[in-house]
Design a protein around this ligand. Structure first.
Ligand code: 3HC
Length: 311
């Protein structure tokens, strides 16, 4: 019963072990995992759109092949994460419906446009770089299916980040126009990538409980600091300026001092009023409708197979 269940659950969490789908878990633990994992999965699927925009326009066959592989990886990450969420009792259809009804959150970062090829570099370097900082600790999340999904995701994420860095490096070693295009893309993606880590710790309603349950291992601000610390030396190698004139290492406090993040923009994007929110959801809705025949055919095939085995 729940008294014994709670005691066993608490002991598993206390010894840093794993909660598995059949284990007893508090309803609130289940709910917060469905919340976070489904939003994470939605982010991966919506995240295919900004980069997908450049697959037909990549500057070379090599770049096209690399970008296609990356976008396919994101689809796979979405698949692992939807499957992890389904172990908690929510169905794929429910999650998909929540997304296309505009009722589900997904990462704010994917609501920005990708007007130039350099955006592919900035997304790989900044967005996948931020994702690595956020997702490596999630490999140790207390919920087994989530943590295990993250191990594979993180391996692929490092390829994503490196190919983004390499695109920017090529541009920075190119013409003046290419250098300006790369700097412009970093100027547009830097601040939104810092917002990926969530609101400041003192305005993060889920963090305390998620950290107590060892879902979240580090706070939003801690990971944001770690990310900036990773970017600074890489920006120097690239010869790219990070668009924050106040960014400097504070030796006394052992932290990066930075300008205030525009949290109004953050909340606007979360409210669905970002530059590309409506387009991203409409595209996802269209894809779902256009793909209905595939789902119906697969379901009919499964039914005929089932009838054969019944005979
Ligand atoms: N975009 C959208 N919503 C955000 C957000 C963002 N950047 N940051 C925070 N939020 C939401 C939270 O979901 C929460 O709303 P909810 O209670 O309705 O879910 C609210 O803002 C308050 O934030 P909290 O800090 O209290 O929420 P969390 O403890 O859940 O922390 C998080 C937010 C750090 C994003 C955490 O949910 C997390 O680590 N999620 C898993 C990782 C993830 O989703 N990454 C997003 C990008 S996926 C990606 O990068 C793929 C790669 O291939 C590019």
């Amino acid at each position: 019963d729940s008294v014994v269940g709670q005691a066993v659950f608490d002991e598993i969490i206390a010894r840093d072990s794993r909660i598995e789908p059949r284990d007893w878990m508090p309803d609130a633990y289940r709910r917060t995992l469905v919340r976070q994992i489904s939003q994470h999965a939605h982010s991966e699927i919506i995240g295919m759109q900004p980069e997908g925009n450049w697959i037909t326009r990549a500057p070379s066959l090599k770049r096209k092949a690399i970008l296609m592989a990356k976008v396919q990886d994101e689809a796979g990450h979405g698949l692992y994460l939807y499957s992890a969420a389904q172990t908690l009792g929510i169905t794929r259809d429910e999650m998909t419906q929540q997304l296309i009804d505009g009722k589900a959150k997904y990462s704010s970062i994917f609501n920005y446009p990708t007007p130039t090829w350099a955006d592919m570099g900035a997304i790989g370097w900044l967005v996948d770089g931020a994702a690595i900082c956020n997702q490596v600790p999630l490999c140790r999340a207390s919920y087994g299916p989530y943590a295990r999904a993250m191990v594979r995701v993180c391996k692929e994420e490092s390829f994503h980040q490196r190919q983004g860095f390499e695109i920017l490096l090529s541009l920075m070693n190119g013409t003046e126009a290419q250098r300006e295009m790369a700097q412009d893309a970093v100027d547009r993606w830097y601040w939104p990538s810092l917002m990926m880590f969530g609101p400041p710790d003192d305005e993060s309603p889920n963090s305390a409980q998620s950290m107590a349950w060892k879902i979240k291992r580090f706070s939003n601000d801690e990971l944001r600091q770690r990310f900036v610390g990773m970017l600074v030396p890489q920006a120097e190698v690239l010869g790219i300026r990070l668009p924050d004139p106040d960014l400097r290492w504070n030796e006394d406090e052992k932290r990066w001092d930075m300008s205030e993040i525009d949290w109004t923009e953050f909340h606007e994007v979360l409210a669905g009023r970002g530059p590309m929110n409506a387009v991203r959801i409409q595209n996802r809705r269209d894809a779902h409708e256009e793909g209905a025949w595939v789902r119906e055919a697969a379901a009919e095939y499964a039914r005929t197979q089932a009838r054969k085995t019944e005979r």
